[in-house]
Design a protein around this ligand. Structure first.
Ligand SMILES: *[C@@H]1O[C@H](CO)[C@@H](O)[C@H](O)[C@H]1NC(C)=O
Ligand SMILES: *[C@@H]1O[C@H](CO)[C@@H](O)[C@H](O)[C@H]1NC(C)=O
Length: 132
């Protein structure tokens, strides 16, 4: 999928995905939990991406498939993916971020997917880490 396609999806899912809370000012040592919810009841995968300041690419942190989380090896120490997307009710998952330093200051994106593929993404919330 090209970057252009991704941009289109970003715009589309703005209407249907809700993420909260909106932004954070954190300090190293803090833990932040972001929720992502949507009403696409047949979408059983939720993916989480990180876009660091000054970068255009979104990096995959990991994803939840039904209730089974997979976190990329390099992110295992700082991120947890939690949720249960089973059943036919609305979906609600979350990303827990252990803030250890400025490298967690980024924009986080949540994406919903029907199956094991990238489908849609929506801009999440900006996390600014407070440098000590
Ligand atoms: C999901 O549906 C409920 C009511 O049916 C609505 O209140 C809520 O805003 C919807 N959520 C999203 C993310 O569209
Ligand atoms: C998602 O779940 C959390 C707790 O697990 C809850 O606080 C939050 O309100 C839920 N969000 C929605 C939109 O249902």
């Amino acid at each position: 999928m090209s970057a252009k396609d991704k941009m289109i999806f970003l715009l589309i899912l703005c209407l249907t995905v809700h993420q909260s809370p909106s932004d954070f000012l954190t300090k190293p040592g803090e833990e932040v939990q972001i929720f992502c919810s949507h009403n696409k009841t047949d979408y059983f995968q939720m993916l989480w991406y990180q876009r660091s300041p000054g970068e255009t690419a979104m990096k995959l942190i990991g994803y939840l498939y039904v209730s089974d989380p997979t976190v990329e090896e390099q992110h295992k120490d700082n991120f947890n993916i939690i949720g249960d997307l089973s059943g036919s009710s609305k979906k609600n998952g979350s990303l827990k971020i252990q803030v250890v330093g400025p490298e967690q200051g980024a924009v986080y994106y949540c994406a919903a997917s029907k199956a094991q593929e990238f489908r849609e993404a929506e801009i999440s919330k900006e996390i600014t880490s407070d440098l000590l």
